[in-house]
Design a protein around this ligand. Structure first.
Ligand code: CP
Length: 323
């Protein structure tokens, strides 16, 4: 999937569709800008007027708790007008195409669409058809990408470890079906993490996964040895065709994150998970709720990171309308 749609001619971000192909400077700018927003959540007045007068439409054709809600909070903190559309009530259920739905919402002067869809490439397709003053953010498309999740994960790592260039990171679980893993791998590589491991049964690893810039492991204990960060992934049973694991109990025994397996990692290890978590399937409750877990910090950080991305996309938009 081409990434050239993401930048304007002046080098500014136009859409945020995938981490792949983004410049390191862009990722660092997103993280630095998010840093300035992080304290807003603790203030009595949490709003800034950066997106006052802008209209943001959340177009989620797939279920979501964290992403949809944090986008809504982020847009409201930036003072945008936010519309959340219920896919079951949209005219797509009467046969209208998604592109026609978007064109109609555009006619209502929408500035920014946040799109989640079960089909890989959905956000990219919409981005190809909107006028220059409209931006698209991919909030997760099929197995392809979940770039804002990857950026909030990078932000969470950076909060605890200043330097990406000395880290060992293991991503564990259903890599094959995970848009989050793909986006995280691109982000970690772009930010200069020297050792990115993926840990999974062979049936849950893409073929030639090494070409993504990772080291594969099938033995979880070896894969976790001395790592600084463990990112656990959900088994995406709804995307699996056929039987890719022998049983959920055996999967937990081999790949579930338990205190004894975590003991192989660095003593200061950070445990992360994009959610939703399945306790007792990919992670034990003692670890999910334990002292190394940053799972809820990731959710909190999602607001500042999404504020940052929306602010960067919308910066200078007024000038472009006048061109
Ligand atoms: N991490 C994530 O995408 O969660 P939701 O599906 O709840 O948005």
């Amino acid at each position: 999937m081409s990434t050239d749609l993401q930048y304007r001619e002046d080098g500014e971000l136009r859409h945020f569709l995938t981490v792949e192909g983004l410049k390191r400077d862009t990722l660092t700018r997103i993280l630095d800008t998010a840093e300035t927003f992080i304290s807003f959540g603790e203030r009595e007045i949490k709003k800034v007027p950066l997106l006052r007068g802008k209209t943001v439409v959340n177009l989620f054709f797939e279920s979501s708790t964290r992403t949809r809600t944090t986008f809504e909070i982020a847009a409201k903190r930036l003072s945008a007008d936010v519309i959340n559309l219920n896919p079951n009530r949209l005219a797509t259920s009467k046969g209208e195409t998604v592109l026609d739905t978007v064109r109609n919402l555009e006619a209502m002067h929408t500035d920014l669409f946040v799109v989640r869809d079960a089909h890989s490439g959905a956000a990219y397709l919409i981005a190809q058809h909107v006028p220059p003053h409209v931006s698209i953010i991919n909030a997760g498309d099929g197995r392809h990408a979940h770039p804002t999740q990857a950026m909030l994960d990078m932000f969470t790592i950076r909060q605890h470890r200043q330097d990406f260039e000395n880290l060992k990171v293991a991503i564990v679980g259903d890599i094959l079906h995970s848009r989050v893993a793909r986006s995280q791998i691109h982000a970690l590589n772009i930010l200069g993490v020297p050792e990115v491991r993926v840990v999974a049964p062979r049936t849950l690893l893409p073929t030639e996964v090494e070409r993504l810039g990772v080291q594969p492991f099938s033995d979880m204990r070896r894969g976790l040895e001395n790592v600084d960060v463990v990112i656990m992934l959900r088994l995406q049973l709804e995307r699996m065709q056929g039987s890719l694991i022998s049983s959920q109990q055996e999967y937990f025994n081999l790949y579930g994150l338990t205190p004894d397996k975590l003991a192989y990692a660095s003593p200061r290890v950070m445990v992360m998970h994009p959610g939703p978590i399945n306790r007792g399937l990919e992670i034990a409750s003692e670890v999910a709720d334990g002292p190394h877990s940053l799972i809820l910090s990731q959710v909190t950080n999602g607001i500042a990171v999404r504020m940052s991305i929306m602010a960067l996309l919308m910066g200078g938009q007024a000038a472009r309308r006048e061109d």
